[in-house]
Design a protein around this ligand. Structure first.
Ligand code: GLV
Ligand code: MN
Ligand code: MN
Length: 419
């Protein structure tokens, strides 16, 4: 076995690729706007695929547009895989997702230039529509990859702009021939920014992620009656706008009543006809509930449901609910988590175990293979914001932990994985 312990990635090259990808869909200074399957997403994909091709990797694109680039190993078999996503929210930063993909490319380039062969193939992937901000649910591409959502159903998803996912995939030229579900990798590790404040608060460089919290997204469509804002007595109103506002405050109240790790967000709200002197006839809003504990998440959902029925009755409106995403909490493979923690000790980086607050492709891959994640700190815990920032040395540390952890996994016989 080749001695790989002293191998390190090229930090300048990683930073340059992050910079170059961020020139596509630039947003408010250092930010990025590459919503899934838009022209900007296509341009970002094209650039990343060029880098993959430059390394001589074998590239497959599947029916939902997931791209996997693989370098052969000494032995055949499914690859030990890394990767993440390169789509962003409309007001995103340059590191969310992109870091994991570009560090994966950098990891493989480091192996290529040092002429290091791995036992098994090594791959780097970017998965379609991780953000779910245009086409719900989030992690849609990796969900299809692991067989959690049928391809045909995914292709029919309608975006917030009325676009149909399959049509957009064809339009940007990324509907590939590889089958869905895809072949389970031998193992999967995703490097990502933390997107929260914990590592920075603790002064720690690396998070060895133990799992991902459960996610519940619901869209509420409220129908009331539009009427004159000045003449309609309060007791005669069927005010869809008022009900939307009450749902939003209930979401916050639920978190205050429950405490702990319960979080709730109302990220979208729209009124019709949206005029200053007209009681809103219709309103639509989304509620995002998350918890690391499945029974607590279900409890939060139930509290929201009873609030919805009592509001519908008291205001005389109808409220339709549509689930946009529902994923139970995920626990990562303890052996992979331990490998990441041990690699941190070997490389002299401080680390701690922690759950993930954000959703990630790794939570889908965990259904089919041993999986783990590496976090690096986010300055001021800010993400999904153009000012998202991680220090250069932390990005490089994360990429080196990724490289060494993947090589350790490659060298190991994994229980339950055919050798
Ligand atoms: C994806 O970023 C999510 O956590 O919603
Ligand atoms: Mn992400
Ligand atoms: Mn994100």
């Amino acid at each position: 076995m080749t001695d790989f312990q002293s191998l390190r990635i090229n930090g300048d090259r990683l930073m340059q690729r992050i910079e170059d990808l961020a020139t596509i869909g630039p947003h408010e200074g250092t930010g990025s706007c590459r919503l899934a399957l838009t022209d900007e997403d296509r341009d970002g994909r094209d650039l990343v695929v060029t880098w993959m091709k430059d390394l001589g990797l074998e590239i497959t694109i599947d029916g939902i547009g997931n791209v996997i680039a693989t370098r052969p190993g000494i032995l055949d078999g499914p690859p030990t895989l890394t990767g993440s996503h390169i789509d962003t929210v409309a007001t995103g930063g340059r590191y969310d997702g992109n870091l994991g993909v570009l560090a994966g490319i950098e990891m493989i380039e480091t192996l290529v230039e040092n002429d290091i062969s791995t036992r098994y193939p090594i791959g780097v992937a970017f998965f379609t529509d991780e953000e779910g901000a245009r086409f719900p649910p989030d992690m849609l591409g990796s969900l299809v990859y692991v067989g959690g959502l049928a391809l045909e159903q995914a292709l029919e998803v309608e975006g917030i702009d009325g676009a149909i996912l399959g049509e957009e995939l064809d339009r940007i030229g990324y509907r590939g021939a590889a089958p869905c579900p895809g072949i389970p990798p031998r193992a999967f590790i995703e490097l990502h920014i933390e997107q929260g404040p914990l590592l920075e608060d603790e002064g720690i460089t690396i998070g060895a992620v133990t799992g991902v919290q459960g996610i519940s997204w619901t869209e509420y469509s409220i129908k009331g009656q539009s009427n004159h804002a000045g003449t309609t007595p309060m007791h005669l109103r069927h005010d869809a706008g008022y009900v939307a506002a009450r749902i939003a405050t209930e979401a916050r109240d639920i978190t205050e009543r429950m405490g702990g790790r319960q979080v709730a967000t109302v990220g979208r709200m729209q009124f019709q006809p949206d005029l200053v002197n007209v009681v809103a006839r219709e309103a639509q809003l989304t509620v995002d509930l998350r918890n690391t504990d499945e029974s607590l998440l279900a409890n939060a959902e139930n509290q929201m449901k009873s609030c919805i029925s009592s509001l519908a009755e008291s205001e005389g409106v109808t409220i339709d609910s549509r689930s946009l995403a529902r994923f139970e909490p995920v626990v990562f493979d303890t052996e992979v988590v331990d490998i990441i923690s041990e690699t941190c000790s070997q490389l002299g980086h401080s680390s701690m175990t922690m759950p993930s607050g954000a959703g990630h492709d790794a939570q889908m891959l965990a259904r089919v293979c041993p999986t783990g994640m590496i976090f690096v700190p986010s300055q001021n815990g800010i993400s999904h914001n153009p000012s998202e920032h991680t220090d250069r040395e932390d990005l490089i540390a994360g990429a080196n932990i990724l490289l060494q952890s993947i090589l350790t996994l490659d060298a190991k016989d994994l229980p339950g994985v055919e050798q």
